[in-house]
Design a protein around this ligand. Structure first.
Ligand SMILES: Cc1cc2nc3c(=O)[nH]c(=O)nc-3n(C[C@H](O)[C@H](O)[C@H](O)COP(=O)(O)O)c2cc1C
Length: 197
């Protein structure tokens, strides 16, 4: 069975990212149930992972981790075959917490597909995603064209602050998950071959 991890990429108190994570996880569980047990999804919340700012003396590509938090994060990332990355947009880029988490390890990301869900004001987090595409390319990941954007999400919050997705956003998410599950499965044998080199 393939494991796809859904990374919640913001860590602030009262962050909107948690609501996006719940929505994505709900749609993903439905998708998994309809796909006959070939894939499962798990949420990874970077606020819970709680990594310090990168404090390893060697770059991740040297594979000489010194810290327990790095080994733990390494196991979390290594345990996934693909990823949904949920990103906010901060000053036209992604969050420092997400960039830090990406920088921490290297081989564990390699040759794995990734789909993005982003949110923010008018651009829906798309500028963060464009930066992330360059970063994940360096990590030898395969970024999907399909992505989901939530512009001006505050217009989709009820009086209680709860987020209601638009039908088109849910349809876009399903289309992305379908591609992600397909490529996660297709890339697995290639990944094992490439990683052995
Ligand atoms: C430091 C900071 C910078 C921001 N810069 C942008 C921005 O450049 N573009 C944008 O669309 N929204 C921007 N916003 C608004 C965020 O998209 C919005 O606050 C969102 O809720 C942040 O995600 P979070 O709640 O999960 O932390 C910024 C917010 C913060 C805190």
């Amino acid at each position: 069975m393939n494991v796809i991890k859904i990374i919640v990429g913001s860590t602030r108190p009262q962050r909107f990212g948690v609501q996006v994570g719940k929505w994505v996880a709900g749609v993903a569980q439905e998708f998994a149930a309809s796909s006959g047990g070939s894939v499962k999804f798990e949420v990874v919340d970077l606020a819970e992972v709680n990594l310090p700012l990168l404090d390893e003396p060697f770059p991740a590509g040297m594979n000489k981790y010194q810290n327990d938090h790095t080994r733990k994060w390494s196991a979390t990332v290594a345990g996934a075959d693909g990823f949904v990355v949920i990103t906010p947009e901060y000053n036209h880029s992604t969050s420092a917490a997400l960039k830090n988490a990406l920088d921490y390890v290297f081989y564990e990301w390699n040759y794995k597909p990734v789909g993005f869900v982003s949110y923010g004001s008018g651009a829906g987090g798309s500028r963060a995603v464009e930066h992330l595409r360059g970063i994940v390319g360096e990590l030898k990941m395969y970024d999907l064209r399909e992505s989901v954007m939530i512009p001006n999400y505050w217009g989709q919050l009820g009086g209680d602050g709860a987020f209601t997705p638009l039908d088109e956003q849910t349809a876009g998410l399903k289309a992305m998950l379908e591609q992600l599950a397909y490529w996660t499965d297709a890339m697995k044998p290639a990944r094992e071959k490439l990683a052995a080199k």
